[in-house]
Design a protein around this ligand. Structure first.
Ligand SMILES: C[S@@+](CC[C@H](N)C(=O)[O-])C[C@H]1O[C@@H](n2cnc3c(N)ncnc32)[C@H](O)[C@@H]1O
Length: 291
């Protein structure tokens, strides 16, 4: 996503150390590693071990350290690697299409799979458990807040009615239920009515806003003065938090007065790019670096 713009804003130099906090399949990581060169170092994090395997093969031959970690643990990761600070951090939030394509992960409403949606499947609550546990009100709030879904109350009511008969266990059960609640829109760029509810559940299952908050909080203690940070977000709540963080002028110099968005050509190739917003900032030298 936005590869040229990310490189321009992060401006990686040979010999520097960067963190790709969401390494995914290693697309951005490879571009960064090429710029950092043989004397530089790239640290790649992902919560999903299956993504690290893909990234590993794509990044072979580069000085890269890959670790399974939530990016809100960035300070601990750097301590573990005996690094005080790094010169740049990239976070490209959300999930990759490779994860959507793994039906057994439950991220996709287009394929039959268990309602899991955990990025790290070694712990936490799968989406099916959340759908069983939450009250109708809590479900409606979650779908409204994280999915910006106008029909959240109706969907929550149907979920509660359905689970009285039998628990919702599969992606198709949920997708069909949502499709029956949401009228289909007409037009060129219409999305499946299940999109927003699936997004909301994924954000809740992985506590994605809390993780972003954790990352934003520790950045001043991880990035060297003059170092750069870039965040690509897909949700207005995420973008708002990034914007607010960089608005601290004592700490950050904003490099993107407005969020950078994908050109039409990239949006055509990749519909997800349509909602991507890239913001970047440079760490100022004056403050002590604590949160
Ligand atoms: C949009 S993809 C990144 C794609 C990557 N930039 C590339 O070029 O391949 C987001 C990745 O971040 C991971 N991720 C999401 N939240 C995370 C978190 N809190 N900590 C670590 N990794 C996370 C996901 O598992 C996914 O692999």
């Amino acid at each position: 996503m936005l590869p040229v713009e990310v490189l321009q804003l992060l401006a990686p130099q040979p010999g520097q150390t960067f963190v790709d906090a969401t390494v995914g399949v290693g697309g951005h990581a490879r571009l960064l590693a090429e710029q950092l060169g043989p004397t530089g170092r790239l640290i790649g994090l992902d919560q999903d071990s299956s993504m690290l395997e893909v990234a590993q093969s794509r990044l072979q031959g580069f000085p890269v350290t890959l670790m399974q970690a939530n990016f809100d643990q960035l300070r601990e990761v750097l301590d573990h690697l005996h690094l005080q600070t790094v010169d740049g951090v990239l976070a490209d939030l959300g999930i990759c299409s490779d994860q959507l394509d793994q039906a057994e992960r439950g991220f996709s409403f287009q394929q039959e799979g268990p309602l899991d949606m955990r990025l790290d499947t070694s712990h936490g609550e799968p989406a099916s458990t959340l759908l069983r546990r939450l009250s109708e009100r809590e479900l409606a709030d979650l779908i409204w807040q994280y999915g910006e879904e106008r029909f959240s109350r109706r969907i929550a009511r149907r979920i509660v009615e359905a689970r009285r008969q039998a628990p919702l266990e599969t992606t198709q059960q949920l997708a069909e239920l949502v499709r029956r609640c949401v009228p289909r829109q007409k037009g060129r760029h219409t999305i499946d009515p299940a999109t927003r509810t699936f997004q909301a559940l994924r954000i809740a299952v992985n506590d994605e806003l809390a993780a972003l908050e954790g990352l934003l909080q520790v950045l001043p203690r991880c990035v060297a003065p003059g170092g750069r940070v870039a965040v690509i977000s897909f949700h207005s709540l995420e973008d708002r938090r990034v914007k607010q963080t960089f608005a601290n002028r004592e700490r950050w110099e904003v490099l993107t007065r407005k969020p950078v968005q994908a050109q039409e050509e990239e949006a055509q190739r990749n519909p997800r790019a349509r909602s991507a917003k890239l913001r970047a900032a440079r760490r100022k030298a004056e403050d002590g670096g604590d949160t």
